[in-house]
Design a protein around this ligand. Structure first.
Ligand SMILES: Cc1cc2nc3c(=O)[nH]c(=O)nc-3n(C[C@H](O)[C@H](O)[C@H](O)COP(=O)(O)O)c2cc1C
Length: 490
């Protein structure tokens, strides 16, 4: 299996959905679905009546029909839930998930990857955030059942994922140690998943996907190669201009006059260091144009990972009104992206597009009452009685404090779970009629995406982006080389 030149980066929640990944992989580059919160997204798609029948088609291909039926029966609402009423919720994740939560994770991850692989034979990847640990094992297993070719993970140091992939490929039990704040030495924080507890029927044969670790420096890449529990097949080196979460600057956090983190020399990618590791690496963060792709290849990279340019494609899951608004800003050159050091409960800087009337607008922020009902960013903490509790710095402040959280941790935090669902048209409506606002994340490259719009057009496709990105690189396929040999000998 060759490595692709272009990776369409994972964009959660549901921005890089199966449609986008399918479009990219079909034309021979690597399409990556976001694996973040797929279970809740699946619930909302079923509760919306699955109007185009895509979820049903994916479920029909699931190898354990009884499990697929249980999920369908629990969440499908024929014709969709009545407008203006809340979506149903699945229980929040914890160290030991209930069986129906695990099944929902397996099934939803399967369906997303299955649909992304439909109609072509090229590999498809799935992206997870290391920080969102609790759904890891069941999600990865579901994606592997659908034949996922690559697992990509960042936002943390995923040392133990390679070993998990090895175990699950052999249908063996897998273990993952949850990071628990304040855990005492010897406290059992492990999560377990045994495929045999879930397989219904003959054991499917599984391939071990390639693992690409998303890092911000060659130091971290070296740590992964030295200490990971299994094979690391490559790296994506992401700079702080990239959309989504960014690694914090090295050293003491300093903010510029706008309140954004200041990055310096020490945060620059050391290309020679990356080349010296001897494994394929991709560059990400501002590589969404043909010149930068050429530059990355010249630096010895296998290619680039691009998010921002793909987020606005017709195939992406981003809400059409938000796509339209930001594309207009890009055309006018007026788009503004703020690197918010506080918004994400993870504590990592998070890029936010400034859109009036969205959650980036202080008026909207002030109008929202804190609530935590999806809970993907809850962090496990050790309770005084030796158990594990869960808290999120964006949950109601009193609740957070009652769980031992510190007041300063709550300042400026935003509910990414609910807002990222709103970004893709699955916003929650509260009982009092309040509708959860969107908070769009995008890279510093926002204004450059206008380059993909053909004259007179207001939208572009994933294929347009891929064609443009590759337009300055040499086609090294055997067919092309053969053509060139014929031409030079003629
Ligand atoms: C809308 C959006 C959502 C993103 N979500 C994720 C994510 O869930 N996981 C992740 O590893 N990276 C995420 N990223 C980062 C991309 O995968 C990619 O590395 C990055 O966008 C590359 O830089 P660029 O934005 O300059 O193209 C996201 C980026 C965008 C624009």
């Amino acid at each position: 299996m060759q490595f692709p030149k272009i990776i369409q980066g994972g964009m959660g929640v549901g921005v890089s959905n199966w449609r986008l990944a399918n479009a990219v992989s079909k034309i021979g580059q690597l399409g990556v679905v976001s694996g973040t919160a797929l279970d809740s997204l699946f619930v909302r798609r079923l509760a919306s009546g699955d109007p185009e029948g895509d979820m049903r088609r994916g479920l029909d291909a699931f190898p354990f029909p009884e499990m697929a039926k249980r999920v369908w029966d629990e969440y499908f609402i024929p014709g969709g839930k009545p407008a203006g009423t809340p979506y149903p919720l699945s229980p929040m994740h914890q160290r030991r998930d209930l069986r129906n939560v695990v099944e929902l994770c397996i099934v939803s991850n399967f369906v997303e990857v299955y649909l992304a692989r439909e109609g072509h034979k090229n590999p498809v990847g799935i992206n997870f955030l290391e920080k969102v640990q609790m759904p890891h094992l069941s999600s990865i297993y579901g994606a592997m059942l659908a034949g996922v070719g690559y697992v990509l993970m960042g936002a943390g140091i995923p040392l133990h994922i390679p070993g998990v992939l090895d175990a699950l490929a052999m249908q063996q039990p897998a273990e993952y140690k949850l990071s628990v704040i304040g855990a005492v030495p010897g406290q059992d924080t492990a999560m377990h998943f045994d495929p045999l507890d879930y397989v219904e029927g003959p054991l499917p044969v599984l391939d071990r996907p390639r693992f690409l670790s998303i890092v911000s420096s060659n130091t971290l890449a070296t740590t992964m190669l030295r200490r990971a529990s299994g094979r690391v097949d490559g790296f994506v080196v992401e700079s702080p201009t990239a959309g989504g979460h960014n690694a914090p600057p090295r050293g003491k956090l300093q903010l510029n006059a706008n309140g954004e983190p200041i990055y310096g020399e020490r945060d620059m990618v050391d290309f020679a260091g990356m080349r010296a590791l001897g494994v394929p690496f991709y560059l990400a963060g501002g590589y969404g144009n043909p010149q930068k792709v050429r530059e990355a290849l010249d630096q010895g990279a296998a290619g680039v990972q691009v998010g921002t340019a793909f987020a606005f494609t017709r195939e992406s899951g981003l809400r059409p009104d938000l796509k339209g608004e930001l594309l207009s800003q890009a055309v006018a050159g007026t788009g503004e992206v703020f690197t918010d050091p506080l918004a994400s409960p993870t504590g990592y800087p998070f890029k936010v597009a400034l859109i009036q009337g969205s959650y980036s607008d202080p008026v909207v922020t002030a109008a929202r009452t804190r609530v935590c009902d999806l809970g993907y960013l809850r962090e496990p903490y050790a309770t005084p009685d030796g158990n594990i509790g869960y808290r999120c710095a964006a949950e109601p402040v009193a609740n957070y404090l009652s769980k031992g959280g510190k007041i300063e941790e709550t300042v400026g935090r935003k509910c990414l779970c609910n807002s990222l669902m709103a970004n893709i048209g699955f916003e929650q409506t509260r009982k009092d009629g309040f509708v959860e606002p969107a908070l769009v994340t995008i890279g510093d490259d926002l204004n450059t995406v206008a380059q993909f719009l053909a004259p007179g057009h207001t939208s572009y496709s994933a294929a347009d982006v891929v064609a443009s990105l590759l337009s300055l690189t040499v086609d090294e396929t055997p067919a092309k080389q053969a053509r060139e040999r014929v031409l030079t000998t003629a």
